[in-house]
Structure formats: C-alpha cells, structure tokens
Design a protein around this ligand. Structure first.
Ligand code: CDP
Length: 224
C-alpha cells in the first residue's frame, strides 16, 4: 500500500505523514528530505552552489549510489550522506535556498523517484511530497492533498523554525515561502498540483487529530 500525501509547505504534510506511519506501523518516506540531501551534497561539492552543477551532481550520485542512504528508526526516516547522519543539517536555510535547483532538474528528480520506488516495492509506505500522487505513484489508490491558508502555513513554519510570528524575520519567511510555492506550482516538470483522485483537505481550521481521523476514515472507505 502506498499512501500519497501532497501539498505546499506548511500544509501539515510531514507531521501528518509521520503520525500516520506510526499509527499504521508502516514506513514514512519524506521525499523532500531526499531532495534536500542531494542539495547538501551539491553544496559540499560546489561551495558556490548547485545552480548550473545539477548534471554533475546527479552523475556523482548515480555513479556512487551508496552515497545517499535512507534508514528507519522506529518508523522515523534517517538520511545518510557519505555515512553521516544529515537528518538535521538538511534543514539548514542554505539547503532550503539551494534545493530548488535540484527539484527543478529531471535527472535529480529521477534519482529521488527511483529510491522511493525501491522502498515502496518492498514495504507499505506513507510518502509526502509535491508530485507523489501525480507523477511518482499515479496508480496509488490512497491519495491526499493537504492545503491551508498562506498565513496559517507561514505561522506553522515559523513555529518549526522558532521564529516569532510577526516582525521582519516572519515577513522574510512569508516571502521565501511564496517564492518556493510559486516555483513548486509553476515548474515545468512535476509541478505541485492536486491529483484528480486525491482527497482535498484544507487543514487551516483542523487539529492534527482531525486530519489523521479524516485520512484514516477515507482509507477505511477505500479498503471496504
Ligand atoms: O520545507 P518543506 O517541508 O516544505 O519542503 P520539503 O518537503 O523538505 O521539500 C524541499 C523542497 O523539495 C520543496 O520546496 C520542493 O521544491 C522540493 N520537493 C519536490 O520538488 N518534490 C517533492 N516530491 C518533494 C519536495
């Protein structure tokens, strides 16, 4: 079984996907974390950044597939780059600003997609991302699209990053999220969009428990 959860930043995808995986005792694949790990490798290899180096980065990883590994501890995804646990360092703003180049590049997307397909071939999974229900697993029967009002999404992200939800840092966060959203929605390859057969949930006024309950209800209906 593949439960595909797509949506923009701050829609609650990763929180929900993680809890859902724990509840169902299956693995959670955070596709964004794989993009981020490739971006971190790019930054380590090319201090000036990933832009213009995407093909070299993809080739380096293709030639050394063990360079990026995923493991699981208690249903939590751990990302490894050259045998170092980078699960925390991939959240650094430098990586956030560079991941766009990786996400826009078809050969890099293919690397991420093939890693996910290998895991999903052997295990039931919950996967979150931008194109999981549309491009990576279009035949999955369990698809969800989470959304929320932009202000609420920014407030949630501010909470994750320990930024207070007002003032110049918050304004800058909103600006960065708008840029990333626009790029995700408008990119030529695998843009963020709702699959026609995905259940749409606006989580603006929903608690985490309510979102999980809606998803589980829908899954039960699909399984009946
Ligand atoms: O910060 P946030 O949790 O919203 O993003 P993420 O899930 O960590 O993903 C980082 C970036 O990777 C996103 O901004 C997307 O551009 C890209 N991404 C993608 O293009 N396709 C996916 N399936 C997942 C992430």
């Amino acid at each position: 079984m593949i439960i595909a959860i797509d949506g923009p930043a701050g829609s609650g995808k990763s929180t929900i996907a993680k809890l859902l995986a724990q509840e169902l005792k299956i693995e959670y694949i955070d596709s964004g974390a794989i993009y981020r790990t490739i971006a971190l490798h790019g930054i380590n290899s090319f201090p000036e950044g990933c832009q213009g180096r995407e093909q070299e980065i993809a080739e380096q990883i293709r030639n050394d597939p063990g360079m990026i590994r995923i493991s699981y501890e208690n249903h939590t995804q751990v990302m490894w780059l050259n045998d170092e646990d980078v699960s925390k360092s991939i959240r650094h703003p430098k990586v956030t600003s560079q991941v766009k180049y990786i996400a826009d590049y078809p050969a890099c997307r293919e690397l991420v997609n093939s890693k996910m397909r290998i895991i999903a071939r052997d295990y039931p999974v919950v996967i979150d991302g931008r194109d999981i229900g549309t491009v990576v697993f279009p035949d999955s029967t369990h698809k969800f699209f989470l959304d929320a009002q932009p202000k609420i999404r920014a407030e949630r992200r501010a909470g994750d990053l320990n930024i207070k939800p007002s003032g110049s840092d918050f304004e800058e966060l909103i600006r960065q999220m708008e840029i990333r959203d626009k790029n995700d929605r408008e990119r030529a390859i695998a843009p963020l969009k709702r699959a026609e057969d995905a259940l749409y949930l606006d989580t603006s006024d929903m608690t985490v428990e309510e979102v999980i309950a809606s998803i589980l209800n829908h899954c039960h209906r699909l399984n009946d």
